[in-house]
Ligand binder design. Structure first.
Ligand SMILES: [Zn+2]
Length: 395
C-alpha cells in the first residue's frame, strides 16, 4: 500500500475520535439528536486544531444513510464518499483561492438544486475570511434565505475579518488549542498502531513543540520516524526541533527563582552551544513561570490537571517557596524580553541580561513584603513608654 502521512491516516472519522474539543462535539451531537441543526456554522481556531476535520465529521453525521446521527456508520456509501473527499453533495471550497464574487455566485446557483443522493448539500468553506467584500455580499443573500437542504460550514483562523452580517447568521464554535498531554496521548495511540517505540518524554516533547496543534504534532512525528526509524527518544526530538528538555528548562527556572546567576549563565551557554532555539527557550520558560504564578495565586485551579505528574510536582515545589508578587514581577521582565528577542541580533546576550534581571526580580523584596513586615513589627512591638501620642491613643 502506498505510504500515507500520519495526519491523514489518523484523521478522526467520528466525533469521539476528536481530541480536546468536547465542548463542540457534545453540542453538535445534541443538536443532531434534537433535530435542531442550524443552516450555517463557523468554526474558529488556530491552525491545525481540527476545524475542517470537525466540519467533515459533522457533514458525515448529517448525510450518513443510517439517518442524521451523532455516530455516522463510516461504512455506507455516503460516509465513504465523505471520507475519501469525493462526495458530490459535500463540497469543500478553499476561500483563499476562490475568494471572488464569481465563485460565490456559482455556489448560489448550484445550491438551488437539491442534493444528488444525500440528505443535505453541504458547503465547507475553509479560510472563509479571505472572501472579498463582494463575495461576502453574495454569500449573505444565500444565508438570509437558505434553501432547506443546504448547510454551510465555515472555518477560519481570523474571525475578526468576517463581516458582522455574516457572523450573526452563523452558530460560532471556537476550537481550543489542545493540551500537550492530550496530544501526547493521541501520539501514543498512533505509535502503538504503527509499531513505533517512543518514550513518554519524547511524545511530550513533540506535543510541547507543536504548541497545541495536533496536525503539527503528527507531521513532526512523521518527520522523526523518517529520520530516526521506529525508536524515538526524547533526545532525538529535542535535537531535531532545537528544544530544551523539560528537566533543563525547570532547572533554568529554578536558577532564576533562587537568584543563581552562575547557574543560569551556564545553562544559557550550554543551550547556545548545542544549537537550541533561544527564542523557544524563553517562550517555554515564560509558560513554566506562568504555571508557577497561577499555582501560587490559585492552588485549586485546574492547571495541575493539564500538566504531566512530574511537571506538576515541580510547579508545586517552586510555587511553594516563592512569593507570587515576585514571580509576577519577573514574568513582566520576561515578557518584555520576549517582544525584543525576535528583533535582536545578539539573542544570547539579550537572554542573559533579561534572565539576570528576572533573577533579581525574584530576589528583591517587593514593596508589599516590606509593608507586611512593618505591619508585623508594629503588632509585635510594645508601645514606646516615652511617646505621649501613643499613650493617648491607648487610653
Ligand atoms: Zn454512514
Amino acid at each position: 500500500m502506498a505510504y500515507e502521512v500520519i495526519a491523514r491516516k489518523y484523521r478522526p472519522q467520528v466525533f469521539t475520535d476528536v481530541v480536546g474539543q468536547g465542548h463542540i462535539t457534545d453540542t453538535l451531537s445534541r443538536a443532531i439528536e434534537r433535530d435542531r441543526v442550524a443552516h450555517a456554522y463557523l468554526f474558529v481556531g488556530p491552525r491545525g486544531t481540527g476545524k475542517t476535520t470537525m466540519a467533515r465529521i459533522f457533514a458525515k453525521c448529517l448525510n450518513c444513510e443510517t439517518g442524521s446521527t451523532p455516530q455516522p456508520c463510516n461504512t455506507c456509501e455516503r460516509c465513504k464518499e465523505i471520507t475519501m473527499g469525493n462526495s458530490m453533495d459535500v463540497l469543500e471550497i478553499d476561500g483563499a483561492s476562490n475568494n471572488g464574487v464569481e465563485a460565490v455566485r456559482e455556489i448560489r446557483e448550484n445550491a438551488k438544486f437539491g442534493a444528488n443522493n444525500s440528505r443535505y448539500k453541504i458547503y465547507i468553506i475553509d479560510e472563509v475570511h479571505m472572501l472579498s467584500i463582494g463575495a461576502f455580499n453574495a454569500l449573505l443573500k444565500t444565508l438570509e434565505e437558505p434553501p432547506p437542504h443546504v448547510k454551510f460550514f465555515f472555518a477560519t483562523t481570523e474571525p475578526q475579518k468576517i463581516p458582522a452580517t455574516i457572523m450573526s447568521r452563523c452558530q460560532r464554535f471556537d476550537l481550543r488549542r489542545i493540551l500537550a498531554r492530550d496530544i501526547a496521548g493521541r501520539l501514543r495511540f498512533i505509535c502503538e498502531s504503527e509499531g513505533v517505540d517512543a518514550s513518554e518524554d519524547a511524545l511530550m516533547a513533540i506535543a510541547r513543540g507543536s504548541q497545541g496543534g495536533m496536525r503539527d504534532a503528527q507531521s513532526a512525528l512523521d518527520q522523526l520516524i523518517a529520520f530516526r526509524g521506529k525508536e524515538l527518544s526524547e533526545e532525538d526530538v529535542l535535537s531535531v526541533f532545537g528544544l530544551v528538555s523539560q528537566r533543563n528548562l525547570e532547572a533554568l527556572a529554578e536558577a532564576v527563582l533562587t537568584h543563581d546567576i552562575p547557574g543560569l549563565l551556564d545553562a544559557i551557554a550550554t543551550f547556545d552551544q548545542t544549537g537550541k532555539d533561544l527564542e523557544r527557550v524563553l517562550v517555554d520558560l515564560l509558560e513554566h513561570m506562568r504555571n508557577v504564578l497561577i499555582h501560587a495565586y490559585s492552588p485549586k485551579s485546574d492547571l495541575l490537571k493539564e500538566l504531566t505528574d512530574s511537571q506538576a510536582a515541580v510547579v508545586q515545589a517552586q510555587a511553594a517557596k516563592t512569593d507570587p508578587a515576585r514571580v509576577s514581577n519577573l514574568l513582566e521582565t520576561l515578557l518584555e524580553a520576549e517582544s525584543r528577542l525576535k528583533h535582536s541580533l545578539s539573542k544570547r546576550t539579550l537572554l542573559e541580561t533579561s534572565l539576570i534581571r528576572a533573577a533579581r526580580d525574584a530576589y528583591h523584596v517587593t514593596l508589599d513584603e516590606v509593608l507586611q513586615q512593618i505591619e508585623a513589627l508594629k503588632e509585635g512591638l510594645p508601645a514606646l513608654p516615652d511617646s505621649e501620642s501613643d499613650e493617648k491613643k491607648k487610653s
